[in-house]
Ligand binder design. Structure first.
Ligand SMILES: [Ca+2]
Ligand SMILES: [Ca+2]
Ligand SMILES: [Ca+2]
Length: 161
């Protein structure tokens, strides 16, 4: 993979539901960092195509035996890219991440065959994307990313096209 980091928001799209509400080494700076890597055309908006393209790329990278599905071992083995200079996650963070992933894996494996396919991931990613796209304009912008503290109530109206 030339751009392993690019899929981070996609991972966030899939895991944020579990991670929300607890300290997990994230924060606004990390969100912004992930956002930049997902915004392939650098227009300040992460569209569903960009997010899903990154998710698919990440899936391919994680599917090391090219079976078209991720086993729990492959799911757990996914690395989480970190900004340069970010501290190594503590053993406790790694453990918590593994627990979150195991729960996530069971939730994603709709047909319970021990493999998570892209098709099984898609509805979750789509729901997550829609939830993040607060103003429903089909793209996630930086100000829509989850952050600590209340979000400003002044959401820009969707641009008519
Ligand atoms: Ca974009
Ligand atoms: Ca499955
Ligand atoms: Ca939006």
């Amino acid at each position: 993979m030339r751009h392993p980091a690019v899929a981070t928001l996609a991972l966030a799209l899939l895991t944020a539901g579990c991670a929300a509400g607890g300290p997990h080494g994230g924060g606004p700076e990390r969100s912004a960092w992930m956002f930049e890597r997902l915004d392939a055309d650098r227009d300040g908006r992460v569209t569903w195509a960009e997010a899903w393209g990154a998710a698919a790329a990440r899936f391919d990278a994680a599917d090391t035996d090219r079976s078209g599905g991720l086993t729990l071992a492959e799911f757990q083995a996914q690395t989480v890219p970190r900004p340069d200079g970010a501290p190594e996650p503590s053993a406790r963070m790694v453990e918590r991440r593994a627990e979150r992933r195991a729960r996530r894996f069971r939730a994603l494996d709709a047909n319970q065959d021990g493999q998570v396919t892209l098709a099984e991931m898609r509805p979750f990613a789509q729901a997550r994307f829609r939830a993040m796209d607060a103003n429903g304009d089909g793209a996630v912008t930086l100000d829509e990313l989850p952050r600590r503290g209340p979000r400003p109530a002044t959401a820009a109206p969707a641009q008519p096209r």
